[in-house]
Design a protein around this ligand. Structure first.
Ligand SMILES: *Cc1c(COP(=O)(O)O)cnc(C)c1O
Ligand SMILES: [Zn+2]
Length: 402
């Protein structure tokens, strides 16, 4: 059962999904037939993900899945003048659970429901779990969430509201994903992890939207945060699909941003290696960007290939650079994004100062998730003034005119 999958690396083809290719790499669904003659008009009928039905294995028709995607692409004058290009921001925080993960959950849950699975599961630090649990709840599927030991309690609360079974697993997070690959053989849980072909199919719709929203221009560069390499794989697959149906002339350069606390893909990129090595647990330092920092990315090699083929780069940014970018998104643009989602701006600043953007006209930053979920941790320093009611008028006058 299922749609044909192929390996981006060794081109092996499978008629059903064996989780990973025999060569060890992750799989994705085959690209559409390149004879197909689609135009943007064909991809404008229907709302959100439905409009891309010709390029997807399934189309979500109701419930939370039908509310996914269709996120705004907004131009920022402020960031544009700072970065010396037309800067567009793809607001993935507008998805139902506040992160791009919903694109993957919408397609994957719709897909596996058609295959009659009864239980789904995932491994996550937060957003993947929240999204998978929400989509499972809507479809009345049992859901198993494996989280690491050091997950923040606020995130546990956010996951728990959708009533999945949550198992907190002590041990090295980098190994947890590979354990679920083994578990898939012995349990009835369909794990829908970051590299699942159906999830990747969902992620590519973000690239479709960016290209459609920028018409008649094409994106020159896209900057996104990177952890497991799943999102990057989806964006790259989107590029390949659009090129194969003749809707994209040149591939945008992909820039992937990691946290300096855990940056295995950056290390591989900089050393010219073909594969990403597991990041040693002892080398991991404190990380403010909780949604990125996978020490053993399941799609790491694929993400690396995407960057090399599109002429981009992988780079990492420090906690301070990330926090200052998070603040800029709020203070300069009015957007509340989580630190991981602000990493692209931190990286864009670096890349611009190194002359990397000198030859391009436009640039798309993808803040992948909302900052609303990060609030309530008590870590923000809040600047407020206080007065009493009878002094209010005088107080406002003196405060404003001072
Ligand atoms: C999951 C996540 C990422 C990283 O995506 P990967 O597919 O793991 O590379 C980035 N930002 C946010 C907000 C996320 O939730
Ligand atoms: Zn292979």
């Amino acid at each position: 059962m299922g749609d044909p999958c192929v390996c981006y690396d060794c081109s092996a083809r499978y008629d059903s999904i064996p989780i990973r290719c025999g060569c060890g790499e992750p799989l994705w669904f085959e690209s559409p037939d390149d004879q197909r003659d689609l135009n943007w008009q064909d991809l404008s009928e229907g709302s959100r993900l439905q409009r891309y039905g010709d390029l997807l294995p399934v189309v979500p028709e109701s419930g939370i899945a039908s509310g996914v995607g269709g996120t705004p692409l907004v131009r920022s004058e402020t960031l544009g003048s700072e970065l010396g290009a037309d800067v567009y921001i793809k607001l993935e925080s507008h998805n139902p659970t506040g992160a791009y993960k919903d694109r993957g959950s919408a397609i994957a849950l719709t897909y596996y429901l058609k295959q009659d699975v009864e239980r789904v599961g995932t491994v996550s630090y937060g957003n993947m779990a929240i999204s998978t649990a929400a989509h499972a709840a809507d479809n009345d599927l049992e859901c198993l969430i494996l989280v690491p030991d050091d997950i923040q309690s606020l995130r546990l609360e956010l996951i728990d509201q959708f009533d999945p079974t949550i198992i907190q697993v002590e041990g090295y997070y980098g190994d947890l994903y590979y354990r679920t690959v083994e578990l898939s053989d012995v349990s009835t849980v369909q794990f829908i992890n970051s590299d699942d072909p159906a999830r990747i199919a969902g992620y590519k719709t973000c690239l479709f939207e960016i290209c459609q929203q920028l018409q008649p221009t094409e994106p020159d560069a896209i900057v996104l945060p990177n952890s497991s390499g799943g999102f990057a794989s989806g964006i790259w697959k989107g590029i390949k699909d659009l090129q194969s149906v003749g809707l994209l002339e040149s591939a945008p350069r992909l820039y992937l941003v990691e946290t300096a606390a855990v940056d295995p893909t950056t290390e591989a990129f900089e050393s010219g290696a073909k594969t990403v090595k597991q990041y040693p647990e002892a080398d991991i330092t404190e990380n403010v960007a909780h949604s990125i920092g996978n020490p053993d990315p399941p799609s790491g090699n694929r993400a690396l290939t995407a960057v090399r083929e599109t002429g981009g780069r992988v780079l990492s940014v420090s906690n301070d650079e990330i926090l200052s970018a998070t603040e800029s998104f709020a203070v300069d643009c009015g957007f509340c994004v989580e630190p991981a989602a602000a990493a692209p701006l931190a990286a864009a600043r670096k890349l611009r100062s190194e002359g990397e953007f000198d030859d391009l006209k436009n640039l798309v930053l993808v803040p992948t998730g909302t900052g609303f979920k990060e609030l309530g941790t008590g870590s923000a320093s809040v600047n407020v003034k206080k007065t009493v009611l009878q002094n209010l008028e005088e107080y406002v006058r003196s405060t404003i005119t001072d």
